[in-house]
Design a protein around this ligand. Sequence first.
Ligand SMILES: Nc1ncnc2c1ncn2[C@@H]1O[C@H](COP(=O)(O)OP(=O)(O)OP(=O)(O)O)[C@@H](O)[C@H]1O
Length: 352
Amino acid sequence: MGVAAAERCTPGVAVPGRGSWLLHTELGPHPDGGCDAQLPALGLAPRAVRAGLGRGRRLGPGFPALQLGRLCECDFRPDLPGLECDLAQHLAGQHLAKALVVKALKAFVRDPAPTKPLVLSLHGWTGTGKSYVSSLLAHYLFQGGLRSPRVHHFSPVIHFPHPSHVERYKKDLKSWVQGNLTACGRSLFLFDEMDKMPPGLMEVLRPFLGSSWVVYGTNYRKAIFIFISNTGGEQINQVALEAWRSRRDREEILLQELEPVISRAVLDNPHHGFSHSGIMEERLLDAVVPFLPLQRHHVRHCVLNELAQLGLEPRDEVVQAVLDSTTFFPEDEQLFSSNGCKTVASRISFFL
Ligand SMILES: Nc1ncnc2c1ncn2[C@@H]1O[C@H](COP(=O)(O)OP(=O)(O)OP(=O)(O)O)[C@@H](O)[C@H]1O
């Protein structure tokens, strides 16, 4: 998107950082009845509706399956132009992530009957925007954004399943996903800290991510799954560093260069949730999304974003103070921010 288009965008939205990533649901389906709760009012049994949707046949006069599909969109209110604008204005230094995410979502959202859920795996160094992009997706896809009852988070750091309890957690995780999808097929699942998952846990997700017709009587093909991890971050940084050393424009870095190194890093990491899950081997990921390390001018962009969020004018002395207090690597070139833009917000409040 050109600058002219970006200037026409609505102002950036307040996107809560990781600190406000609250868990909506304990393991188990969301307590509100979801779309199915609306169906008896129409004289329809949820099970019959799902069966009808599955076979694509009419359920009665005036209720073709597709109409019912729309009725069951819950909080799903996609605003892709809004997302594109926000990314163009506020996401710094991530040309590949921006293009990939928008392309994948456009294709998925426009398809009234997707053959499989959308599955994205985000990879990169700390503070480069993975959670930020996920929260923007939630905001522009679901009314209520991260707080929508259709947006579900799972983090091993919060749930902290002990390795010896994996079998029990597998059952819980399966019924959590299944229950939430039964309540609403249009659900977003965010799996954070994928590199800290106990081995074997993610295996239970495999049936939900593929293109099987129906699993456990639930239409799950309209769901979106996002997996987040730092695995592959070092390898992405290395490719970005080599590009810089050979004076290649950062925007010339191609997905084809990064995808294989990320996949290798994931497969080589026994602590990554995909390890032994079959998810990568069965090619259930629709996109591996790389996040590049952030340079000085990207951190500057983050500072300006943050000041605008606070309703403040850009102030050179604040921008400079934040940049001066940020550490960069590698030691010789001082090129990439050690923690991306992660500490920008807290540093600004210190220097204001
Ligand atoms: N590329 C970016 N463009 C604009 N702002 C960014 C970018 N990356 C990070 N930020 C800012 O920094 C904050 C922290 O980033 P975020 O939590 O998305 O990093 P992350 O990649 O998920 O890190 P981690 O791997 O440590 O979880 C964001 O809320 C956002 O304000």
